[in-house]
Design a protein around this ligand. Sequence first.
Ligand SMILES: *Cc1c(COP(=O)(O)O)cnc(C)c1O
Length: 369
Amino acid sequence: MIQVQRPSIGDEELAEVKKVFDTGWLGMGKWVFDFENRIKEILGAGNVVAVNTGTTALHLALDSIGLKEGDEVIVPSLTFVATIQAIVACGAAPVFCDIDGDTLNMDAGDVEKRITARTKVIMPVHYGGLPCNMNEILRIGKEKNLTIVEDAAHAFGSSYNGRKIGAFGDITCFSFDPIKNITCGEGGAITTNDYELAQVMRKKRILGIDKDTWSRFGQKRDWFYSVNMLGFRYHMSNINAAIGLMQLEKLGRFLNRKRGIVERYDKAFRGLSGIGILRKDYENTAFFSYILKIESKRDEFIDFLKSKGIDSGVHYIPNHLQPFFEKYATELPVTETVWKEIVTLPLYPDMSDDDVDLVISSVLEFCKQ
Ligand SMILES: *Cc1c(COP(=O)(O)O)cnc(C)c1O
């Protein structure tokens, strides 16, 4: 079976993890801070705070800006459950907005219509790695005094207006789970140009404790600490950071390989009747996933691919259709139409040319039926 997504990991990651083992310091320490510094360099980000998942990055970001009960966050419904759970975990309400059917990114015009006196945050999700219309979204944020918290779980390595996602904007959250553009095994990071806010996040990620583990135990043998705020156990470990450090070295190769596959898919599928492809920006996108839109018989298409030994997925079931989030349901005509058409095809760095050929020929065969 050809999987939809899978990590590309090897001896380099194992060797680096071995070094962590040899020090006996598995928790947060040198590797985590090296990982943060390397991300800072690669993205040109102001401050980087590494955490243990993308979900905790989102929750920590929202908690750190004081999001609370009674507040509203404007967010697309077509996103991973984590985006919405992070909002609800703060006691706030997600206000779902519609998307652009050609990109699956939030529709900035629709966002503007959903702003109320309770709105505190806009959460763009850079779907598949393609940056949202950040010029518009940041303008709206500035005008209405709202914080923009980007869910950039798909977009590590993508660029916008000549800068990397995470280098500009208010707060950007990344995920390094097993299938993301790079992996730490599990991991996440927050970037922000607000130093004071980053300092709050650094405390909150480790139970509100006012010194990080390294300076507490590792270097100064300074046993004193104080707790002045709510905090969580969200910090990254050296083991995960060691994996991530080696993955960062491979990022360019991963993204080039995936871009090449995306270009082949697009060339093969563009113009096929009954099939739609998303609008692309090859130059600036760190492609996370590949989506086809099948105008009818989407579910049969998925079964057909399975019969050829090809796995596929649906990303995502809109969150307003989930029982737990039903009470936030609202009219989302594009989301409701598009989610019934989308299929995620296999895309990962170690995918062979033969596998790509099989996916292409199988899609063409389905279309001829
Ligand atoms: C993966 C993902 C997350 C959460 O990241 P984890 O590291 O899996 O917790 C959040 N939002 C989106 C859009 C994602 O794809």
